[in-house]
Design a protein around this ligand. Structure first.
Ligand SMILES: Cc1cc2nc3c(=O)[nH]c(=O)nc-3n(C[C@H](O)[C@H](O)[C@H](O)COP(=O)(O)O)c2cc1C
Length: 371
């Protein structure tokens, strides 16, 4: 591996005044850790100390961050934000940046866990009813309020979850969106929800706050979103105020976490194709498990960041080992999809027990807080 390639992976980058010390981001992963427990803190701090440039906290229902309303009588938003602030301070002390992913699933009103309210979709399907235009406005308001809360809590950026078959994705998907109002009917109209959302978030956080958008470049389903459509979306998102495009793939339960049968760097070519067309930084993800591959992606300008998901559960010290050239000391994730993904509500492969480690190859994962 030429030295200059590896150096590229460790070259700082600045997004809207936010300096990230290297090009390695911990991908958002729902692991049932919460944010405020000793368990969560120890888990994230171990990865921050391991040298990662930025951590993206997992998809979080916008209602959680938007207002006290969703917390009901407990009125616990302020305490939640204090918890996030304190996690952000610790992660900063460990040298990494911290962002959070803003998520909306399938229900309205969604409530704290995103699983209350009625099932909704862009157009009526199975048990879901069509979301009304006025309700879209309410949800956009929640994204904006949630982003403002994240900023107030001291988080360095927000990442809006526009991927994986959740609500924003569904509005862009020709499979789900058969509306003929201003939110559906053409590629442009299918983007309207996303673009209004970005504009509202931008207004809420100001011009200088970094805004990431995660999309699925393709759905992996016949008749679904195409790469060409995603390129159009990425360009429009940039124009609306997005700073970084985070290029993922698939819709639940398909292809999001590529299995061991899929090639390493599974979705890098998709990120590269989008990067060529939008003039803003792009994140690549999907089985980027070796430092050599990560360095090649950055040095060959295929992407500006690599996001590592499961690999950082398996080895929290991946970044440090890569920087020190200790490639053989890395414990490599084998994409077995056994332990970690049981916490994704739409997959629910096994009970979300905290007694089991989060990873087959790392007994310590999720138990860091025990010392
Ligand atoms: C346990 C688990 C939970 C995940 N939760 C989220 C999530 O909350 N939001 C999201 O956008 N992606 C989520 N993902 C997808 C990852 O961010 C990442 O895109 C995917 O795992 C592929 O990267 P990898 O091969 O490096 O693991 C999750 C993945 C796993 C394994």
């Amino acid at each position: 591996m030429p030295q200059q390639n590896m150096a590229a992976l460790f070259t700082p980058i600045t997004i809207k005044g936010l300096e990230i010390k290297n090009r390695i981001i911990m991908a958002p992963m729902a692991l049932s850790l919460g944010f405020r427990s000793d368990r969560a803190r120890a888990f994230y701090l171990e990865r921050a100390r391991g040298g990662v440039g930025a951590i993206v906290l997992p998809g979080t229902a916008v209602d959680v961050l938007a207002s006290d309303e969703a917390w009901g009588k407990r009125g616990a938003l302020a305490s939640f934000l204090q918890g996030l602030s304190s996690l952000a301070r610790d992660v900063h002390d460990a040298g990494a940046k911290l962002g959070i992913q803003l998520w909306h699933g399938f229900r309205f009103p969604a409530g704290l866990m995103g699983d209350q309210g009625e099932l909704v979709a862009p157009s009526p399907v199975e048990k879901a009813r069509e979301l009304k235009a006025a309700e879209i406005g309410i949800i956009i308001g929640k994204f904006a309020a949630a982003a403002a809360s994240a900023k107030e809590a001291g988080l360095d950026f927000v990442n809006i979850h526009g991927a994986h078959g959740y609500l924003l994705h569904r509005f862009f998907s020709p499979l789900d969106n058969r509306r003929n109002d201003k939110y559906g009917g053409s590629v442009g109209k299918r983007m309207a929800f996303a673009l209004e959302c970005v504009k509202a978030v931008r207004k809420a956080v100001g011009e200088e706050y970094p805004l990431f958008w995660r999309l699925s470049s393709e759905e992996g389903v016949v008749g679904g979103i195409t790469l060409e459509q995603s390129i159009k979306l990425a360009k429009a998102l940039k124009k609306a105020g997005v700073d970084v495009i985070d290029v993922s793939f698939g819709r639940l339960p398909r292809q999001i976490m590529p299995s061991k049968r899929q090639p390493m760097g599974t979705y890098v070519s998709q990120a590269e194709a989008i990067r060529k067309e939008v003039n803003i930084p792009v994140i690549a993800v999907g089985r980027i498990n070796s430092p050599q591959l990560a360095a090649e992606i950055i040095s060959q300008n295929k992407a500006d960041f690599v996001a590592l998901g499961r690999q950082l559960i398996t080895d929290p010290n991946w970044v440090r080992k890569a920087q020190e050239g200790r490639y053989d000391d890395i414990v490599y994730c084998d994409s077995c999809n056994k332990n970690c993904i049981r916490f994704i509500p739409e997959i629910k492969k096994a009970p979300a027990s905290q007694d089991l480690p989060l990873c087959n190859l790392n007994e310590r994962a999720g138990k860091e807080w025990m010392g």
